[in-house]
Design a protein around this ligand. Sequence first.
Ligand SMILES: [Zn+2]
Length: 268
Amino acid sequence: MHRRHRLVAVIVTLALAGFAAIAAAQHDSHSSSHSAAVTSAPPKAAAPKAKVKETKEAKTAAIVEPDARPWAQLMSGNRRFVKGEHLVTSTRDLRNELANGQHPDVIVLTCSDSRLSPEWIFDQPMGEVFVVRTAGNLVDPIALGSIEYAVEHLHAKLLVVMGHEKCGAVAAAVSGEDMPTENLDAIVRKIRPGIPPARANASKDALLQDAIEANIRRSATDCVVASPIVREHVVHGTLAVVQAVYHLQSGEVEELGNPTQLSDNDKR
Ligand SMILES: [Zn+2]
């Protein structure tokens, strides 16, 4: 649990860094950042448990810890998936019900890899997960706009940024090879600057895993820093951001700790 709180702190720090940068830029151009604050409905059942923390950086905005329950539900589903004990089947009744509207609590940004289907991995029915998938779980303006839509209009409470072992997009970026088209090159160009320096005596697989984890953190940071809507909801505790890596063989989803843990965690 304390690990999760550290992650929230990291994300909130990122959010505030971005928030401060935007606020400073807007101050310079004589406009008010606070007038642009996003208003949205609070999480359906989060209020009684919410804890408020004051920080120096956020004099005007209290940071509210987000509702941890959507992530706990996903992890329960993942444990079922790992054991091969799926509960979820999508029925005709559910399809009919969902035809009237969607209210997903969760957004998953993940890789387009055919093995990464979030509904399977988290054992969730149709209508529960708003999914954004791109090779390498990268965000561009369209992917971010999709996430913003789910946050602002569908009131999703959790954004999971999930990469995976042996990601081909990250491997292509690590290889340094030229890509045959401009579009493929755009993918590796986005990943390459975030590849961490190679550790001495690390295997090729371990270095790829380092790059995969760094890429997940980079995408999560991009979501918070590049989207005013995501940032506002993180700061106000109406959206949690979780970084995770999916293990292809076991089916397990592993939550990643904060960035300073990366160099210590070089077992894989
Ligand atoms: Zn991938």
